[in-house]
Design a protein around this ligand. Structure first.
Ligand code: BTN
Length: 270
């Protein structure tokens, strides 16, 4: 083993997580899977069937994990957190961003409890720790007319993984154990994230989005920064000025005009 490398692969103790969630009124059904093509695909499939609001699909390992914009999400067995959450709430499309925001904030809260370090969010769905990507969220929905029939929000979080094993990435990556220098009990972190999500999501469902917006902006790593946006229509540099109510990124071009960005990859310029 190389110096400063932390090896801590163990299977998740689902009973410990259930114990932590015993008072939850959100989480109704749990699917603890060892290996699956994608928890996102399973959650969508059971969303088409009768699985209830608050169903958690968790896996130790995925063979076809998917990220945003059709990318692959790789995660080693026994080292990370991989799950998708099925929600049967009725939201208009412009509120979906706030489901991702609730999960992102819950992850930041969980990271702080587990590691003492402040997690940050890079629009729209990346979780950053110490300036490097530590996780990502993928939120998808099936609509009935203009409202969601069900939502699936999936998280991949590098917990006890060694980033030296990563293939060449276009941005720096890390794991929680890498940043704190010790193994993390995944049960505790997962329990904290799920409890935090339940609390934040209840605000969203009650129409109390303001507190979520404020919390999200305080974790927003890009605010006021010079960035490169790579979207479907090409790439350009600009300054990030804020976030719109529908979750679009607000940017200012070099000529002073302000405009929203709805999709794309955003990277910080040094
Ligand atoms: C991203 O950063 O692009 C988002 C990554 C989301 C990955 C998670 S892992 C659990 C769930 N299942 C999947 O196939 N994808 C999401």
């Amino acid at each position: 083993m190389q110096e400063n490398q932390i090896e801590c692969e163990t299977l998740l103790d689902a009973g410990a997580v259930l114990e932590k969630l015993r008072r939850s009124s959100l989480y109704k059904q749990f699917h603890w899977l060892e290996s699956v093509p994608s928890t996102q695909a399973v959650a969508k499939q059971i969303g088409e069937e009768n699985a209830p609001h608050g169903t958690l699909v968790w896996a130790e390992y995925q063979t076809e994990g998917r990220g945003r914009r059709g990318r692959v999400w790789e995660a080693a067995k026994g080292e990370n957190l991989i799950f998708s959450l099925l929600l049967r709430s009725s939201f208009p499309a412009e509120d979906l961003f706030w489901v991702t925001a609730c999960l992102g904030l819950a992850v930041c809260h969980g990271l702080e409890t587990a590691s003492g370090l402040a997690g940050m969010i890079k629009w729209p769905n990346d979780i950053f720790l110490e300036g490097k990507k530590v996780g990502g969220i993928l939120t998808e929905a099936r609509f009935d007319g203009s409202l969601t029939r069900y939502i699936v929000s999936g998280l991949g979080l590098n917990v006890n993984w060694n980033p030296q094993k990563a293939e060449e990435m276009p941005y720096p990556v890390t794991s929680v154990s890498r940043e704190v220098g010790e193994c993390i009990k995944r049960e505790d972190l997962l329990g904290e994230i799920l409890q935090g999500f339940e609390r934040l999501f209840s605000f969203l469902e009650c129409g109390n989005r303001r507190s979520i917006e404020e919390a999200w902006l305080s974790r927003f790593i890009l605010l006021g920064k010079r960035v490169l946006v790579i979207g479907d229509g090409g790439e350009f540099e600009c300054t990030v000025t804020g976030l719109r109510k529908d979750g679009a990124l607000l940017i200012q071009r070099s000529n002073g005009t302000e405009e929203p960005v709805f999709a794309g990859d955003v990277s910080l310029r040094m």
